[in-house]
Design a protein around this ligand. Structure first.
Ligand code: CA
Length: 247
């Protein structure tokens, strides 16, 4: 399937307790991350240049995770590190954070919590829109098929073409003239109102499929653009993005 998907972020899981390593590995892979696990300090050191982010246990059979953190920072590697530790003392937490850790999770934790923190750290550090491992919206231009979170969207020809154009270059604003040229062809007398009503119907189908409202944004007086997931308000904060048609 064709898509604009970037290669997934790579997470190195350094953890010697198999049950924890496996549950993290499973949770991260399910969310679209590429993973590698290392159960020893030696393996972690050997793999340290591979990952986008490291989840790092401090107590390893052959060494201390904190030393790997210091090694990375001594090599000027900025790879984000989330430290895992069963030791709950404030001193360990402070020492890890001062040693250059980006976040700290105390055992026991849920794998989902760690996944959420991985996402948060990557979002904080990377340019917007480049951290989601697998964008839920997939547009397969060749097969003329669009899915949201794996669910097929039942779109009309015009709706599909509008969506394909918008998602070609997310965050770029497309004008109504461009929509007409791309979807209907130059020379067709298509009114703004017609485009707006197709967009309205497309928005409805996207939100019905579970997309956050505001995914297609109106740029007043110009046209429409696709909002990146990071631009969107959290589902419960009222929806700051404009869903209105143009005046
Ligand atoms: Ca351990």
């Amino acid at each position: 399937m064709q898509s604009n998907r970037a290669s997934p972020p790579r997470v190195l899981i350094v953890e010697d307790e198999p049950a924890i390593a496996e549950s993290l590995d499973y949770a991260l892979r399910r969310e679209g991350f590429a993973t590698q696990t290392a159960a020893t300090y030696a393996k972690a050191e050997a793999a340290r240049t591979w990952p986008t982010l490291i989840v790092l246990d401090l107590m390893l059979p052959d060494g201390n995770g904190g030393d790997l953190l210091r090694l990375l920072r001594a090599e000027s590697r900025t790879t984000p590190v989330i430290v895992l530790s069963s030791r709950e003392s404030e001193a360990d937490r402070i020492s890890a954070l001062e040693g250059g850790a980006d976040d700290y999770v105390t055992k026991p934790f849920s794998p989902r919590e760690v996944v959420a923190r991985v996402r948060a750290v990557l979002r904080r550090l990377a340019p917007a829109g480049q951290t989601e491992p697998e964008p839920p919206l997939q547009v397969d231009r060749g097969g003329r098929r669009a899915t949201f979170s794996g669910k097929s969207l039942e779109l009309t020809r015009v709706e599909f073409d509008l969506l394909a154009l918008l998602s070609e270059n997310p965050s770029r604003v497309y004008t109504r003239t461009e929509f007409i040229a791309s979807v209907w062809g130059d020379g067709f007398a298509i009114t703004d109102r017609t485009i707006d009503s197709h967009i309205k119907s497309l928005r409805r189908k996207l939100t019905e499929a579970g997309a956050p409202s505001g995914r297609i944004q109106t740029v007043r007086g110009v046209g429409y653009r696709m909002a990146s997931p990071d631009d969107l308000p959290a589902p419960d904060d009222g929806g700051a993005a404009s869903e209105d048609g143009p005046e």
